[in-house]
Every structure is written in structure tokens, then in C-alpha cells.
Design a protein around this ligand. Structure first.
Ligand SMILES: [Zn+2]
Ligand SMILES: [Zn+2]
Length: 230
């Protein structure tokens, strides 16, 4: 597993299983936060990193509930019994109560009742330990990206994947149109360092999303847009 410091007390931990699989760890005065839990074989490397930091793990946040993002949870919780959070909309799908959109069968990726909902104020997700979550549906219904304000870093999960520093449309995505609508978050936040789970970081993501959207979404009609200005 490759461990890299990508910011001030922000690390990426990357393993390879056909494709790269990345998780992230941040540290604040309370302790460590793990963002995503990768595949089962990553558990030992994640646990070793936590032990070496000598700082307690406080929580796990998930971008979404697909199997390649929750794999190390049982082994990590056996050592560090911390809460695990995801967007509330995602929970029935990952617990196997409903099939993910585009899939025929409901499959449980986590034990029922284990995963807790990220807190909201009704419309927005509330910040957690220096991370601001943003609901970015499309790849999965409750997909969430985590921004680290002031750092230029956006942990984008499976909103995209990347190859040779270039953003790609997300893989295995039931609602590509919605995913591309969600990609407008990149225009809003203008991250200088965008991390994806499957691939290396992308430096100039804001300069690339427009072209990606244009390949999926119908062309915006400028006269139509003008008619709807407030
Ligand atoms: Zn996924
Ligand atoms: Zn994935």
C-alpha cells in the first residue's frame, strides 16, 4: 500500500486490485478520521498507519456504500469500535434492503444498523472534523464528496475516476446525467487537488469537468437560459 501526505495532516492510502483503490485519513485535535474503507486487504495497512500515528481513530466517513469502499470496516471496527457515517439516502441500498439503481438484486455490503446517517440541518450536510460533506448523487443515490476548506483538496470518491491525470466519467454509474449535474460542485469549489478513489489525483479538475459534462449532458440552450434569469 502506498501512503502519501497530500496536505497538512491529510494522507492518501492506495492499494491496487486490478484498479487502484484509495482511502484517506485526516487528523485534527480530536483524532483521526478515515474516509472510505476500501477493500478487505487494505485493513492491515490502515491499522498500521493508525498505530504509527499514535492518535486515536474517531470515526469512519463513507463517500458511498459500494463493496470496494466498505471492505476493511469489520477488521478496523474490531480494533477501533468507532461510528461509521454515510449519507442517509445510501443506507437502505448498502444494507441490502433495496437494490442499487441499475442492479437487479439487493445485496448487503454492511451489517444492518451498523452505519449511521451523516448529520444534516434539513437541507445541507453538516461539517465533520474539518471536512465539509456535499451530497453528489449519480454514481450512487447518496454519494457524498468531502471538501477540506482552505486546503484546495476535494475527496471526490467515485464522482469520477482518473487516468494519466485526466478526469474520466465515473464507472458503474446508474445515473450518469445526475452524476454530471453533481460535477458542478467542482466548478463551485475549484479544488487544486481532486482525489478520486480509483486513480491518481487530478490537478486542474475545474478545467476538465466542462468537457466531461458536454460529452454526457445535452447542450445548454443559451436563449432558454436567458429566459429563466430571475
Ligand atoms: Zn462506487
Ligand atoms: Zn469504487
Amino acid at each position: 500500500m502506498k501512503i502519501e501526505a497530500i496536505g497538512d495532516k491529510v494522507w492518501s492510502l492506495r492499494a491496487w486490485l486490478i484498479i487502484p483503490v484509495t482511502v484517506w485519513i485526516t487528523e485534527d485535535e480530536e483524532g483521526l478520521t478515515l474516509i472510505d474503507a476500501g477493500i478487505p486487504s487494505m485493513a492491515d495497512g490502515i491499522l498500521k498507519f493508525i498505530e504509527q500515528r499514535g492518535v486515536p481513530l474517531k470515526r469512519i466517513l463513507l463517500t458511498h456504500g459500494h463493496s470496494d469502499h466498505v471492505g476493511a470496516i469489520p477488521k478496523i471496527l474490531a480494533v477501533h469500535p468507532v461510528p461509521v457515517y454515510v449519507h442517509p439516502i445510501e443506507i437502505p441500498f448498502m444494507e441490502g434492503r433495496e437494490p442499487y439503481p441499475g442492479r437487479k438484486k439487493a445485496v448487503a455490503f454492511t451489517a444492518p444498523g451498523l452505519i449511521r446517517p451523516l448529520e444534516t440541518d434539513g437541507s445541507r450536510l453538516l461539517p465533520v472534523s474539518g471536512l465539509q460533506p456535499y451530497h453528489t448523487p449519480g454514481h450512487s443515490p447518496g454519494h457524498t464528496a468531502f471538501h477540506i476548506p482552505g486546503s484546495g483538496i476535494l475527496l471526490a470518491g467515485d464522482m469520477f475516476w482518473s487516468r494519466r491525470g485526466k478526469l474520466r466519467k465515473p464507472m458503474f454509474t446508474a445515473n450518469m446525467q445526475q452524476a454530471m449535474e453533481s460535477s458542478r460542485l467542482v466548478d463551485e469549489l475549484m479544488p487544486t487537488h481532486l482525489e478520486v478513489c480509483h486513480g491518481k489525483p487530478v490537478r486542474n479538475a475545474a478545467g476538465q469537468v466542462e468537457a466531461l459534462r458536454a460529452s454526457v449532458l445535452p447542450k445548454e440552450d443559451s436563449s432558454h437560459a436567458a429566459n429563466h434569469r430571475p
